[in-house]
Design a protein around this ligand. Sequence first.
Ligand code: MG
Length: 309
Amino acid sequence: MKSNNRVVMLADCQSFYASVEKADHPEYKNRPLVVAGDPERRSGIVLAACPLAKEKGITTAERLGEALAKCPDLVVIKPRMQKYIDVSMQITEIYKSYTDLVEPYSIDEQFLDVTGSLHLYGTPVELAQIIQRHVMEATGVRARFGIAETKILAKTACDNFAKKNPSGLYILSKDTLADTLWKLPVSSMFMAGSKMTRHFNVMGLPTIGSVAQTPLSKLKQMMRRKFGKNSDISAEMYWRIANGIDDSPVRPGTHQVDPKSVGHMMTLPRDYAKLEEIKVVLLGIYIKTCVHKGSNLLILWRNNIFQVV
Ligand SMILES: [Mg+2]
């Protein structure tokens, strides 16, 4: 990475709710554990599964009854949202001790722009290792780091590479996109949901690289044929994402909500074009509202299902 470029990290906590519970319950250290709504009725949904539970084939968002069928000695813990929010804020504070530029992205993901403070710690990987150890020692949670010049590339680096790396770290350099990002199927592209993935495949664009290498004017034409004139903005958005172009800054304080406020205003990290994503953002605000009112209500939106747990 050249010195005049930004160094942005997306830090993601592994199996976050399950990791918090395991840190709080050392007696379950070597047992498969899930956090799921309504353990008594078996009807809840798995919100988080620890790596041992995942080894048994248990996946997030599956029904608890199915998970118990796969693994009868599964430890099932009821979600404690306030606890997870507290630990999330504790982790954000740890990140803030390394850089002022920390932007919470979700309860278990934060962006860090470490460009200004990196020289105090060494290379990007060395700094990520220091922060990773710090978070582990303080909370028992394992953080994984995608490192790149932009937020979208850092997020892509984390989701597609760091999570699969034993070290939990990955640097995605802009110079190597052709051998890394571009080789990925278009389904792995940031912002591309299952519908858009199908459309890209029908258009003969099966990889992120095939989207990136289509001239923008051509991509606009192709998408206009499918979606009409208004699709120019989405065409440009996908083309920029595929080419790793993203100048959005890491905005400290985004997503911070004043507990006393009733209405919610949020500065979004970027423009949201898809209904699915807008729903997720609205849901995020709704969950915060519930938590600030001291309610234990959690609504999970996944696979087009809203569920109260
Ligand atoms: Mg996570």
